[in-house]
Write a protein that binds this ligand. Structure first.
Ligand code: TYC
Length: 99
């Protein structure tokens, strides 16, 4: 008989998928208001939240924007980076697994 039929069930739920951070990287060229516009468009956050994230990246070098499952994080980072490329700016969003 299969193991699953005889083994006691020790877990009733699947583990949550690991989360990945979307990180906004500072640069010297992209205008601040454009960074705020991209953040609002892709991450559905308020003007105030977007401004705080932008200014944190500006002063510290980078800032975590949000966390998602890997596929969503990668898609959002790619779309936000593309939005900047389309306007000729070097703005960059990266992703990395959360510890
Ligand atoms: N440093 C840019 C400037 O002074 C603004 C900026 C902020 C760019 C955050 C990127 O992730 C960034 N115009």
């Amino acid at each position: 008989m299969a193991d699953s039929a005889t083994k006691p069930r020790t877990r009733t739920r699947l583990a949550r998928p690991p989360l990945h951070k979307v990180i906004l990287v500072n640069d010297d060229f992209t205008p601040r208001d454009f960074v705020v516009r991209v953040l609002k468009a892709e991450f559905r956050i308020t003007e105030d939240q977007a401004y705080r994230i932008m200014i944190t990246a500006h002063t510290k070098g980078s800032c975590v924007v949000a966390v998602f499952i890997r596929e969503i994080a990668e898609t959002k980072a790619k779309r936000a980076t593309e939005m900047a490329r389309n306007e000729g700016f070097p703005l960059l969003f990266t992703t990395e697994p959360e510890e």
